[in-house]
Design a binder for this molecule. Sequence first.
Ligand code: ZN
Length: 352
Amino acid sequence: MMNPLPIFDGHNDVLLQLHLSGSKDNGAFFAGGGQGHVDLPRARVGGFGGGFFAVFVPPDPPLLKSDVTITETGREMRMPPPLNGTYAQRVAMAMVARLFRLEAESEGQVKVVHIADELMGCLETGVLAAVLHFEGAEPIDPELDALEVFYKAGLRSLGIVWSRPNAFGYGVPLKFPHSPDTGPGLTEHGKELVHACNHLGIMLDLSHLNEQGFWDVVRLSNAPLVATHSNAHAICPSARNLTDRQLDAIKDSGGVVGLNFGVIDLREDGRWDVDTPLSTMVRQIDYLVKRVGLEHVGFGSDFDGTMIPQAIGDVAGLPKLMAVLREHGYDEATLGQLAYENWLRVLQRTWQ
Ligand code: ZN
């Protein structure tokens, strides 16, 4: 089935949801049934051509409601402690294995892609393309042996940190309103990790990294800069979002910023409110496009990882966003850039 406008997306937590189900059975992903934001039938309805499938190792001990303080004017989450490396590697192994089982069980409907030609082929033929991504480098030892092994197993994208510290750097806490400048830059191991990823051709993802770490990567990396799921700090001053200077650096490097659909990082008031209109997403896209140019903006939904606007609901609601962008004046050529062409260009350059 030829899809007229496939959407390739910067971030989803499908593997986390399947992992948290506690069962090895992936039947619900293929059958559908309304759980979470993404399954294969709804992906088809939404024109979802694939994206970065995150391996995210949940906090241990788990986060509690009491770890998040919400006030009239903002919110703050207690910073989770660093993960135990053995635990992180064990969970990552289970989630990577699950992605390969999904591919095997899909009878050709899902493919884990390693090179840009494979991704392009999937987008042309309607096979769901999955890029193996780590959200946080905790499963990787500081000597980087596991990096080489996971690369051979298909790892093509790595977020240095999630919102917690690890051996390589410091993530931003989930805080609003707050600057992304929340702590020190990359550790020595983190700097070595940047070089190693450049060398192997693993895309580095700067979402969740604090500002000093971000500038370290700007100085060290020779690849286009990417934030897979982050928005404009000028509109929503969450610590997770990017300042104008950071956005400019992404533009200058030829990179991409993926629009995060999470309401707390979209809204001007940063509130957890599912009743967030599509116009709030359009406003962020307009701002990003104006600041960095059409060639440097994509989507980074965070499906299955956060609260997204009710107006989209789930992956099947993507056409609603495209429709509102069309009405707002974005033409088909532009929508193609936002939907997948910019991501494809960055991956072509990074993976070569
Ligand atoms: Zn995230």
